[in-house]
Design a binder for this molecule. Sequence first.
Ligand SMILES: Nc1ncnc2c1ncn2[C@@H]1O[C@H](COP(=O)(O)OP(=O)(O)OP(=O)(O)O)[C@@H](O)[C@H]1O
Ligand SMILES: [Mg+2]
Length: 498
Amino acid sequence: MNGQSSFKAATKKPGARIGRERVENTLRISEEQYRVLFQINPQPMWVYDLETLQFLAVNDAAIEHHGYSREELLAMTIKDLRPPEEVPRLAEYLPRAGEGLNLWGEWRHRKKDGTEINVEITFHNITWLGRPSRLVLVKDITDHKRALKALEDAEQKFRSIFENAVVGMFQTTEEGRLLTANLALARIYGYESPGDLMRSVNNINKLYVDPPGRAEFLRRLSERGAAWGFEAQHYRKDGSVIWVLESARAVRDSTGKVLYFEGSVQSITDRKRAEETLRELSGRVLQLQDEERRHLARELHDSTAQDLSIMARNLRRLSESRSLDPGVDKILSETLEMAEKCTRGVRTLSYLLHPPLLDEVGLVCALGWYVRGFTQRSGIRVEVVTPTEYRRLPGELERTLFRIVQESLTNVHRHSGSRTASIELVLDTDRVKLEVRDEGRGIPCETLKKFHAGGVGLGVGVAGMRERVRQLGGRLDLESNGSGTVVRATLPLQGARA
Ligand SMILES: Nc1ncnc2c1ncn2[C@@H]1O[C@H](COP(=O)(O)OP(=O)(O)OP(=O)(O)O)[C@@H](O)[C@H]1O
Ligand SMILES: [Mg+2]
């Protein structure tokens, strides 16, 4: 037991001495480390005398940052670091210091090279070498401020574009509640200001004259994430109806969830009106053209062809009299032949201008007659499929279908190089469908593109067909590739004139 306790006592004494040394060492190391922490701190730091405002200590970062040497700084006061206009404010602030950490906010410093920087000042009041002093931490916020300013400028720029745009712009929730609107949007709908619009229209779905149109717009938005150039009719504040061109896209978060929709609205009422006038005008031109053709056809048939056939009959009579000498007889028979050829030519021309069969017995007969003549003239074999129980259609519709066949077969002959063609006429309860096919070289890509883009720059043939079809509320489609072309017209039975 004794031996044990003496061992403890023997081991205790040196242990206590080692412990005290360790504490003293730790304290000494701490002071050293605190000094190092101040010296190598990446943020500029300094200590200044509260009475003289003289720098008492500066760290490496301050020297590096402000560009003065340690000696220079230690010979300066904190006033020397400020542009002159900041000095009065400094004097005002100096007495304002509380216990603990003080945040003094934003200041301007001038570096040795004259550049000014924006800094944020934080400090503690301390005693340094027995003198009341301040330990200051300086944070350079020049870049941060510049970035903030750039952001504000950009924000201001885009706000100005948004507010002064001539196009209506909006943001809405998925359900249709307006989140943002610009002045142009308000004006389009007849409101004084965006605020006025947003207070009155709580849901933009209600602006649509045709609700299924809105549903279609939303379907495109959700399927493709965007819908561009969507035409719709909307109500204005006063209840009048306008045409608008709407585009929008869905803005999503990182998980793909829709945050809101944003887009633009343009009033296209004037354009629509102009298009309507143009359509009426081209309808009238086509109608006049038909009337003119019919008139010419009748004139040629009833007058010129009649006169020619009388002339031919008289010539025949003359040539039958035997009193003529052989020379005159030869001239006479040549003239007779020519007169008969002219009569046939004028009749054909008259029928092509306006086939009498079309008015008298209807489209199917007129097509049969026309196709036979076409095959004779061109050598192209044409297969015709028509409904077995064909009932007469309104005159306008039959004339349009006939003209489409006429123009399409002329194109087959002129452009396709095909030796065959086919015509199919299908009659449904509410619409009629006509297809003219060939097996030729196809419509050149560029021409086809122009057709799909709306038709500027095409020949009169295709454009005329499309216009005739549009006049009757139908549509004309062209399908074409290297192995042939299909012209397809679909027309509603309702609404055409007799
Ligand atoms: N069946 C076809 N096969 C190949 N190309 C065709 C066919 N139909 C039309 N095209 C092409 O489309 C173009 C436009 O046809 P469109 O009928 O409008 O004009 P066009 O026949 O050239 O002149 P026109 O105004 O006298 O009809 C043609 O020039 C031709 O290049
Ligand atoms: Mg043509």
